[in-house]
Design a protein around this ligand. Structure first.
Ligand code: SAM
Length: 301
């Protein structure tokens, strides 16, 4: 297969010539439901690629047809990836421009592509990510849960025991947890989340994002689990759990924190920092810091 001249794409009947793009592997994010959610850069790359590597050619053809893009498609999925990768690598090393997409959202995110990207980088092929939609960020954006720290767990294990073990590894992480789940397991996964993470922890079920039946169910994990049993959510689903309640620092924690701070700063600053971190009164911490510093200066610990 030889590199071809770039083609074109069209938006609402207007056709635009695609620009020439440099050789390499383009990991292109595509919509997660609403076909309007695609960037101009994604269209330019898809229209200019020598080959569009996708999971299911029928699914991706719908997207390309919508934008008047007629580029060759090649299927690359978990069942043929090991066989196909050498062929794709040979094309990349030959200077071709490959666009990697998945059925929906960002490739590599719970989708094929990691090994291809890894191999491409190892072989000195340029990898260019083209950002766009992903269900996890879309869910987080609309969930109303803290966003300053979040952990994406991908799909949890389908077996209950392994799922609980995985959840328990993240139970104390001070972050919003995000998982993908298939609709027929949502009720049992939410029940496990309530048991392992805490029944009163806030959660969100985000379903059919960007589509006609988009819905956010909010509540405690226990409420959401009960709701999923009574009225099973259908379609594509992201589950989120808010961070665990902050653990109140006990006296030993406070002393340890103050001692650590006193190693690099004075009692006033140390008290201010630990007051901010723990919510304890600064005056009380300052008195304690003075006492600890006196002991430390005297050679004690
Ligand atoms: N690569 C995709 C991404 O960037 O989000 C994820 C692909 S993964 C195989 C498919 C899972 O993503 C679904 O089972 C669901 O959990 C989630 N998902 C994808 N599209 C979604 C949507 N429109 N609404 C809610 N969840 C979605």
């Amino acid at each position: 297969m030889k590199p071809e001249a770039p083609q074109s794409y069209s938006i609402a009947g207007t056709t635009y010539p695609a620009k020439t793009i440099e050789p390499g592997l383009y990991a292109v994010a595509t919509p997660i439901g609403n076909l309007g959610d695609i960037t101009l850069r994604a269209l330019e790359v898809l229209a200019a690629a020598d080959l569009v590597v996708c999971e299911d050619t029928r699914v991706s053809r719908v997207l390309l047809d919508r934008y008047g893009i007629s580029r060759p498609l090649a299927a690359y999925h978990e069942h043929n990836a090991a066989r196909e990768r050498p062929r794709l690598m040979a094309m990349l090393k030959g200077g071709m421009r490959l666009a990697l997409i998945s059925d929906a959202g960002t490739p590599l995110v719970s989708d094929p592509g990691y090994k291809l990207v890894d191999e491409a980088l190892a072989e000195g092929v340029k990898v260019i990510p083209i950002p766009g939609p992903s269900a996890l960020i879309t869910a987080l954006t609309g969930a109303g849960l803290p966003t300053d720290a979040f952990v994406f767990l991908g799909f949890l294990p389908p077996k209950a025991q392994s799922r609980r073990v995985k959840l328990s590894a993240f139970a104390e992480v001070p972050a919003t947890l995000i998982t993908y789940e298939s609709p027929h397991r949502v009720a049992e996964t939410l029940a496990d989340m309530a048991t392992v993470l805490g029944a009163d922890r806030q959660g969100v079920v985000a379903r059919e994002l960007t589509k006609h039946f988009e819905e956010f169910r909010r509540g405690t994990l226990a409420e959401l689990a009960a709701g999923a049993l009574a009225d099973p959510p259908r379609g594509e689903i992201v589950l989120l759990a808010g961070p665990p309640p902050e653990r109140v620092a006990d006296a030993d924690d406070i002393e340890a924190l103050l001692k650590a701070a006193l190693a690099t700063t004075g009692p006033g600053q140390a008290a201010a920092e630990i007051a901010k971190a723990t919510g304890r009164p600064r005056k009380e911490l300052y008195t304690l810091a003075l006492r600890l510093k006196a002991v430390m200066d005297a050679g004690g610990d």
